[in-house]
Design a protein around this ligand. Structure first.
Ligand SMILES: NC(=O)c1ccc[n+]([C@@H]2O[C@H](COP(=O)([O-])OP(=O)(O)OC[C@H]3O[C@@H](n4cnc5c(N)ncnc54)[C@H](OP(=O)(O)O)[C@@H]3O)[C@@H](O)[C@H]2O)c1
Length: 269
């Protein structure tokens, strides 16, 4: 974290961020990075104990920023509105939304229990929509902001046996593109981050076939992804990948879809 902190300059005035899925993995690492840069970070997740422990960890490490834990479910629109209201009450504004909470699902679509598919769609699509709808009025009131939607390389390059998850991330990509136009006049920038395989709790918690990973595909640390989110805030790209392997997959998925369909079928079968 110390090396990461040196890579990014603290903002002139502390930013206020709301990060969904802050109780583990990418969201957790992102919260710690921005707290290390002196920013104010609200973290959302369902596991209150994890969020509280994260805030205590930031304090114990003497990080200059603040972490505000707010237990909430992103599929609950009212809970997300409440989380934004509590953020405003504590920090007075909201500059950045990192809509990161998500869940995976793997296995043939036709055989998968509907409850698994529904959880993926409700969390990964509705969760993003509720987060954006709750955050935007606060950003408008503050004169602008930046929304980072955490998608996956499987958004632009859907994979066999991860159909529902791929569809949910393709929906995130569509939302990002549409919102960019809708929110430009409000000075709210939107970035879609196409994340590749990262070592977090994601695979363990994946519905359908938990625990399996693509062992031949390189894995990132959540801290690397957090660094990518910090770069996205600096550079404001429309879309972003974090490694050449992921950029190559996205490019090949568009130019040579039959090839990448076969590759992904071998990985996910
Ligand atoms: N790891 C990868 O290989 C990979 C690759 C591409 C994209 N991504 C994307 O990266 C994002 C973060 O995943 P991760 O790798 O950090 O996985 P993770 O460690 O499993 O973290 C997922 C986070 O989402 C939260 N979450 C899930 N459902 C929620 C709900 N209904 N309400 C509120 N929070 C909820 C979890 O918190 P609670 O359980 O406490 O609610 C947790 O904090 C996801 O959108 C994922 O699709 C990950």
């Amino acid at each position: 974290m110390e090396t990461m902190r040196k890579l990014f300059l603290p903002a002139e005035t502390p930013r206020v961020l709301l990060i969904t899925g802050g109780s583990s993995g990418i969201g957790r690492a992102t919260a710690l990075l921005f707290a290390a840069l002196g920013d104010c970070v609200t973290v959302i997740g369902r596991r209150a104990d994890r969020l509280t422990a994260l805030a205590q960890e930031a304090e114990a490490q003497g990080l200059p920023g603040t972490i505000l834990p707010i237990p909430a479910d992103v599929t609950d629109a009212e809970a997300m509105r409440r989380a934004v209201a509590l953020t405003l009450a504590q920090f007075n504004r909201l500059d950045v939304l990192v809509a990161n909470a998500g869940v995976g699902q793997r296995g043939p679509l036709v055989e998968a229990p509907w409850s698994d598919i529904e959880t993926v769609l409700r969390t990964n699509i509705d969760g993003i929509i509720h987060s954006v709808r709750a955050a935007v009025p606060a950003m408008r009131a503050g004169g602008g902001g930046h929304i980072v939607l955490v998608s996956s390389v499987l958004g632009p390059v859907p994979g066999p046996y991860v159909a529902a998850y791929s569809a949910s991330k393709a929906a995130v990509d569509a939302l990002g593109r549409a919102l960019r136009g809708e929110l430009r006049a409000d000075r709210i920038h939107v970035t879609v981050l196409w994340v590749g395989q990262a070592h977090t709790e994601f695979a363990e918690k994946r519905l359908g076939q938990p625990g399996r990973v693509a062992s031949k595909w390189p894995t990132m640390t959540p801290e690397q992804v957090a660094g990518g989110i910090a770069r996205a805030l600096e550079r404001k790209p429309r879309t972003m990948t974090l490694r050449w392997q992921d950029s190559l997959l996205v490019w090949a998925g568009r130019r040579f879809p039959t090839l990448t369909d076969r590759l992904l079928a071998r990985i996910y079968r």
